[in-house]
Design a protein around this ligand. Structure first.
Ligand code: URA
Length: 263
């Protein structure tokens, strides 16, 4: 007989319910992910994927560098305040509020999405809409829960209008905030949800299909790429692949050593 949870998820169009293979007899057999390969971003690709540097006006370069350096020294309260008052890109003009990120600030797991949608902009928390409910199901399938050893953040902290992808310049303006969040959290493993997150964290223009199934590195932290939950809602057949990615992430996490200490 189906559990109440299964029925609710089915009702939400989120079936099949995701379970770890050993969590229930006869549970879904997940496809096995490709063997892990450590992939370092190539400096040439990193450079190629970056938006063109500002070169015409050297004070702009310095301003951006100063701003980044200032942000990279902030502790949590200062960082939260800086995000809340940020006007560094045009996205600030239409936001109801910034969406900083949520969860355990000492989490081993960091999930990075793209940017807030309408519901996130209204509530100030990432992944609270339909895609967020799927993300919660995905977390629960690997015995994780938002807030408990899990942190959730986005590439941009303000809602891009009409749910479009953030422009490269918008992502670049927000980049120091995400970098500082990652430095403060020091997660053991980052999961990039979708192409925008992967492209910005890895400075790669490869497709999600081309990036999944491998362990990449973001500034020395292992990073795994999977599909964005909003994409999975539109492309149910890809859910099996995302499930394989999550199983791969669990195995990868199990093989990682203790957290790095500060400093
Ligand atoms: N999609 C994202 O990438 N982030 C959110 O916070 C919500 C939807």
């Amino acid at each position: 007989m189906k559990s109440r949870r299964d029925l609710i998820l089915e009702e939400m169009g989120l079936t099949p319910v995701w379970r770890l293979r050993d969590s229930a007899p006869g549970a879904e057999q997940a496809p096995v992910a490709a063997p892990a390969a450590i992939v370092e971003p190539s400096p040439a690709r990193r450079e190629a994927a970056q938006p063109a540097p500002i070169t015409r006006h050297s004070s702009l370069v310095t301003d951006a560098g100063d701003r980044r350096a200032t942000i990279m020294r902030m502790e949590w309260p200062g960082l939260k305040a800086a995000v809340a008052s940020c006007v560094a890109c045009p996205l600030h003009a239409k936001r109801n509020q910034t969406v900083f990120g949520v969860g355990d600030e000492n989490a081993d797991w960091l999930f990075v999405g793209e940017g807030p949608g309408a519901e996130e902009d209204a509530l100030g928390e990432p992944f609270v809409g339909q895609a967020g409910r799927l993300l919660d199901s995905m977390l629960s399938a690997i015995k994780l829960k938002r807030g408990a050893n899990v942190y959730i953040a986005n590439v941009v902290k303000c809602r891009p209008p009409a749910n479009r992808n953030p422009e490269p310049a918008e992502a670049l303006a927000c980049e120091p905030f995400l970098h500082r969040q990652i430095d403060l959290i020091r997660p053991k493993l980052i999961i990039a949800l979708g192409k925008v997150a992967a492209a910005n964290l890895l400075a790669s223009d490869a497709s999600v299909a081309g990036m999944r199934g491998k362990v990449h590195q973001y500034r020395g932290i292992p990073l795994i790429v999977t599909y964005h939950p909003a994409y999975l809602l539109r492309s149910l057949p890809e859910k099996a692949k995302a499930w394989a990615d999550l199983c791969f992430a669990v195995r990868t996490m199990a093989g990682l050593g203790p957290r790095k200490t500060a400093g």
